[in-house]
Design a protein around this ligand. Structure first.
Ligand code: PHE
Length: 345
């Protein structure tokens, strides 16, 4: 009888659980206190016949050790649980969410777009993987124009006999102007922001991709003076009201006449400094009157309509506004560089 009770208690004690000090104390009292169940068995020990005392004594001691160890073990795990709970400071503010910053190129692209939107230009878009027609042929590039060469343009197929050879990564956003002209009639007043690709070695001053914003305005009686006024407004909005512009004759296959535009140096105000190589001017874009050949190639009557186009490099403008010296910074995603633009929003 007594033996069975000892075994039953052992089994019970092995299963004990307590997850706080009070529950644990209750268990201790239940089994090990003066009136506890283990102690009660000890009290019965004296009724055991002498020849069995040895065995019972051993069993009882085992039971007591088991109960004591079990309760100690439960106490240890209770304490560990409590100290873990104590480490959670619920009054502590949550870790701040890291908020990203706008990329400098995005900031400048948006700023440029906003300026032209105020002048009534709307946005147009086109694919980065283009065909020869939109990038070159419709834009009056002669068949042997060097821009078509492998050195400048990424061809999707390198084999000259491959039928996909006329698929290229666009080398300028002017491809969007030919798309819009081919699919709509004047008045056309659009700006086309986008990424362009050129097969150049990557250095501080050149990259195999960069961003442009193309502008195109076609209507009756559009003149070079209109172009000049729009670009002057653009330069003043972008670099400040004191900014002056200058147009130098240039050449593009799709504009005639063509020009490159300089703005007065934003560092020295035009007096001449090391930044503008003492000229007082820095170049910012290419522009011109849309060549009548281009209008006709795109289904727009060049006797009725004239137009101007311009193309701005977004990296170029960003470099000038924020004095970024190395083009590679724009695509390396170094957060220390990007964080510098936190306040520029
Ligand atoms: N597409 C020319 C370039 O990439 C820029 C340009 C656009 C020039 C429109 C004139 C008119 O260099």
């Amino acid at each position: 009888m007594l033996l069975e009770r000892i075994e039953a208690l052992k089994a019970q004690i092995a299963e004990l659980q307590a997850n706080n000090e009070e529950a644990l104390e209750a268990l201790r009292i239940k089994y090990l206190s003066k009136k506890g169940e283990v102690t009660a068995l000890f009290n019965e020990f004296r009724n055991v016949p002498a020849e069995q005392k040895r065995e019972f004594g051993q069993r009882l001691n085992e039971l007591k050790t088991l109960a004591t160890e079990k309760i100690n073990a439960l106490r240890d795990s209770c304490k560990a649980g409590e100290s873990k709970a104590a480490k959670i400071d619920i009054t502590r503010p949550a870790a701040a969410e890291e908020i990203g910053t706008r990329h400098p190129l995005t900031l400048v692209r948006k700023e440029i777009i906003r300026i032209f939107e105020r002048l009534g230009f709307t946005l147009a878009d086109g694919p980065e993987v283009e065909d020869d027609l939109h990038v070159f042929t419709s834009l009056n590039f002669a068949a042997d124009h060097p821009a078509r060469d492998m050195q400048d343009t990424f061809f999707i197929a390198s084999d000259e006999n491959d039928v996909t050879r006329n698929i290229v990564l666009r080398s300028h956003t002017s491809s969007v102007q030919s798309r819009v002209m081919l699919s709509s009639q004047p008045p056309i007043r659009i700006i086309c922001p986008g990424r362009v690709y050129r097969n150049e070695a990557i250095t501080a001053r050149a990259h195999c991709f960069f961003h442009q914003i193309e502008g195109l305005y076609i209507d009756k009686n559009v003149s070079f003076a209109d172009l000049k006024q729009v670009l002057l407004y653009f330069a003043k909005e972008l670099f400040g009201p004191e900014t002056k512009i200058r147009l130098r004759p240039s050449y593009f296959p799709f504009t005639e006449p063509s020009a490159e535009m300089d703005v007065s140096c934003m560092l020295c105000g035009g007096k001449g400094c090391s930044f503008c190589k003492n000229t007082g001017w820095v170049e910012i874009l290419g522009c011109g009157m849309v060549d009548p050949n281009v209008l006709d190639a795109c289904g727009i009557d060049s006797k009725e309509y004239t137009g101007y186009a311009f193309g701005v490099g977004v990296e170029r403008i960003t470099n000038l506004k924020y004095m970024v010296k190395d083009l590679r910074m724009f695509s390396e995603n170094d957060v220390r560089f990007l964080r510098e633009f936190e306040t520029a929003h």
